[in-house]
Design a protein around this ligand. Structure first.
Ligand SMILES: Cc1cc2nc3c(=O)[nH]c(=O)nc-3n(C[C@H](O)[C@H](O)[C@H](O)COP(=O)(O)OP(=O)(O)OC[C@H]3O[C@@H](n4cnc5c(N)ncnc54)[C@H](O)[C@@H]3O)c2cc1C
Length: 382
């Protein structure tokens, strides 16, 4: 019987675990949610916030009432260490917590190794709440400067959407703006069909966003590209994909060469079955899965089921486990600024205003499901 259960991270992967606990409390267990911030941001709506389609509070989910409903103690701190054998985590507050069962959903960090020389000009997209406050400060100063040269580094779905969002944001600021997207060619919408890449390139060109295929290195004034070009920048937005958090390397958990937690389809660590993990923090050993919110969200119910299975199954042999086995193609809805979006689903690609309306409906629906649970708690005065 796992008595002390810790959820590490309150993001996409763990929201449905909290919802599951709220519906069916875990009898006899002491549950904790340890996470960096009380609010979790739905990253899929961040480009829409930049474009002026959403207020910041429309993409933020308050974890405090969700934790109360789930019967979990909310601990606001970063996990800075894990000893998988001793079953303890160390927190940024200096405290240590023991667990019988741990579920990791701490996501990844933006990989800014090559960009760090930019100093204050560097804005990593994650954590999203940090991005929102830093971008707000930059956008507030932009009209005083009169010009804004912004480069987005990273050609995945997030980088592309951020470039469109930033372009729309700067148009609203009424400044002379130059937005560029820098990505190495193989990383530009990797895994998407050629038609999706062509539609995005055409939309970037229509907006006057220059796309450059290169590797970028930061300097205090901008970027040096691998073709030798210097790109001046007032601000560089890093959407460079996920890097594993460093404390995992010393945890004793089996990790991939890049430092991500290795799991099977049942989302259990291959070395420590009492540690589960999902979302951007993992690397599956049975198949390659891209790090995306879609997979983090869809893995959530599997995590919830397998946490329950662990309560009754002390052998942890996985025989009662559910598995997360997504189909080969994943639906992506890529917004490009002016309430239009591109639907990319394997080889099926289409675009239009209706795609944006579908994305808006899905995204708002997801956030409101968790926000309305929070509102109900607040109305009860808890
Ligand atoms: C701008 C942008 C747009 C995106 N758009 C899409 C999209 O349209 N579709 C899509 O599928 N994916 C999208 N993604 C990717 C998606 O955001 C991630 O794949 C998803 O957030 C991963 O979910 P997660 O639960 O693993 O981590 P997260 O949702 O990042 O959650 C991590 C949680 O852990 C907490 N945390 C982090 N470190 C620690 C620590 N050390 N200790 C304790 N708590 C910690 C954080 O505060 C957070 O609560 C986008 C990403 C970005 C940046």
């Amino acid at each position: 019987m796992a008595e002390r259960i810790i959820l590490g991270g309150g993001g996409h992967a763990h929201l449905s675990v909290l919802a599951d606990w709220a519906l069916r409390p875990l009898a006899g267990a002491q549950c904790r949610l340890v996470t960096s911030s009380r609010y979790t941001a739905y990253s899929g709506m961040l480009p829409g916030w930049l474009a002026g389609n959403y207020r910041a509070d429309e993409l933020l989910i308050d974890l405090a009432p969700l934790a109360v409903q789930a019967g979990a103690e909310l601990v606001i701190a970063d996990i800075v260490g894990l000893d998988a054998d001793a079953r303890t985590i160390d927190l940024s507050s200096g405290a240590s917590l023991a667990f019988d069962l741990l579920s990791l959903g701490t996501g990844g960090q933006a990989d800014v190794t090559r960009l760090s020389a930019l100093g204050d000009k560097l804005l990593p997209v994650k954590p999203v709440d940090g991005f929102i406050s830093k971008w707000s400060a930059f956008a507030e100063q932009a009209p005083r400067r009169g010009t804004a040269e912004v480069v987005v580094v990273g050609g995945g779905a997030a980088g592309v959407e951020m470039a469109f969002g930033i372009d729309a944001a700067l148009r609203r600021c009424n400044v002379q703006a130059r937005v560029s997207l820098v990505t190495h060619e193989a990383g530009f919408l990797a895994g998407h069909a050629e038609k999706a890449r062509a539609l995005v390139l055409a939309a970037l060109a229509r907006r006057g966003i220059a796309t450059r295929y290169a590797h970028a290195n930061g300097t205090p004034d901008g970027l040096i590209l691998s073709d030798g070009t210097f790109l001046h920048a007032d601000c560089v937005v890093a959407a460079t994909g996920s890097r594993a958090q460093s404390w995992l390397a010393h945890s004793g958990l089996a990790c991939s060469a890049q430092g991500f937690v290795q799991t099977r389809a049942n989302l259990r660590s291959i070395s420590h079955p009492f540690i589960l993990a999902a979302g951007d923090v993992i690397e599956r050993i049975d198949r390659q899965l891209e790090r995306s919110g879609v997979h983090a969200v869809k893995a959530g119910p599997v995590l919830a089921a397998n946490i329950r299975a662990s309560l009754d199954d002390t052998s942890l042999d996985g025989s009662r486990d559910h598995t997360y086995s997504p189909r080969d193609r994943t639906l992506y809805l890529l917004a490009h600024g002016n309430r239009k979006a591109i639907l990319s689903w394997g080889s099926f690609v289409t675009a239009g205003k209706w795609v944006w309306r579908l994305k808006d409906w899905i995204d708002r629906g997801f956030v409101q499901r968790y926000q309305s649970a929070a509102t109900k708690m607040n109305a009860k005065g808890t």
